[in-house]
Design a protein around this ligand. Sequence first.
Ligand SMILES: [Zn+2]
Length: 554
Amino acid sequence: MVNFRFSILNYYFLFILERNGVLHSKITIPLFLLLSSLFVTPVQAQPVPLSIKVTLDNGTRTENAKLYELNKEKFLDVSDLADFLAADIKWLPVSKKVILSLKGVRIELTYFGRTATINEQKVKMTSVCRLEKGDLYVPLSFIISRGFTKPVGLRIKFDESTKTLKIFQTPNISGVKTQQQEGLSQLILETQEKLYYETSLEAANKITVDIYKGVLDQDKKYTVPGNALVTNMNLIQKSNKVSWVIEVCPEFEYSVKVVDNPWRILVNIKKTGAQVCPPESEISASTQPASVAVVKAPPVTPELSPPPVVTPEIRSKPEPPKKVNTAKIRTIVIDPGHGGKDPGAIGQYGTKEKDVNLSLAFKLAQLLHEKTNLQVILTRKEDEFIPLAERTQIANLKKADLFVSIHCNSGLDRKASGFEIYFLSERATDMEAEAVANIENSVIDLEDRSAVTDKLKAILWSLTLNEFVNDSSELCSFVVGRVNEMDVDLLNRGVKQAGFYVLRGAKMPAVLVECAFLSNKREERLLNKGSFNDKIAKTIFNGIMDYIERKEQE
Ligand SMILES: [Zn+2]
């Protein structure tokens, strides 16, 4: 009786907390367990731990982990699952649910009933989650099923022979092809979406195309027949990108571009000298780790290679798209906000601002690469932590002409929505603008002491800085002027000013874009959509182009 009263009171207390959204994992788990144990049928068999390995980050990282066997079925502890998926976990003791949130996806699990709820859709489970000694165990059969992997945008497999759980992003690189004719070779990388790339010439005969956010299909072999121009090719999966390494017979020129419908990255290689490379002597064995999907199938002799298929595409080599030449503005720095230990704002479905900012920055950079001759520099291309002051330092060192910091907004009012753009000012437009700056500046706490000294220096410095304010505010107006053209329902909140540390110290016009609100459920979902992010990137791009056009006329 005493127990019963106690539990009712607790349930009421927890109900109030749950309704107010205050419940978070660590504090409530013990209560959840205590209360659940009062209602759950007696514990049956003990879960038997089995040592396994888990490969994460697209196969670039492996960790030791445990599976649990219960009545001959395999389970994963829900906290471990949350860790592997980088999901936020919440326990709701009253409704007896565990909520996992990641990248705009909300997964509800219970320990009764054969359904889970993913983004409000019921998903059938082959067997039930189990609550044993206060831990929730999720059946492996469910985790690797399409019902689970598809909505979370992952490929999850369990390899029985190596006892390895493999968690990969959904592949977005579908294949590679080649076309060739006399003195000309074209490599075609087929992708599922538009991906940002950068090229470099590592050695005299080695072209590297880094494809950011690229994911190879681990079950696929990416092969092309070799030829006298391309002597070797490797696709190497890294944590945040795919490196496409193309070895070419010396004396050549090359160009890289993205084309759409369907999306693909083209590398055109043209012979410029007379040097001949017999393929077999040039092809070296791959030095990449075996786990990496790297394949090259060179012909044994050049004579055996199939007759080249020449399509009109390569025969009439497409004209490079007309690029805007700018004289006054040459270099632009794009700064994807946050990164590494600083996630920025986190949406209700677990979307991290740092990830969205990086995607948006890549999209904007790609547009600038394609349509202009501007030098485009990103302050980060990976999920890494860069102190605020360093971001403008990069721009100053590169003598950039524009600095654009990309962010997503977050408000206490979960209904707050829309697009806004800021320039630096010691006085904020209003309380709301000041609050936005305070949130964005709070990362200073994660920085080391010297950074704080830099911060003080920056404040002093900013007092002398007014020369770029006009240009910055003008750039803001041009960008905002393009928001209403977007074919999507997004509130235009206009131009504002506030004291953002990240803009301080910039010796060039500098703006900070708050693309949409991660704290708003609808906009969080939108920010997880490639098509929406394309539109945002295009809007910012158009605004920048309007500004540049104006400057060039001055
Ligand atoms: Zn931010």
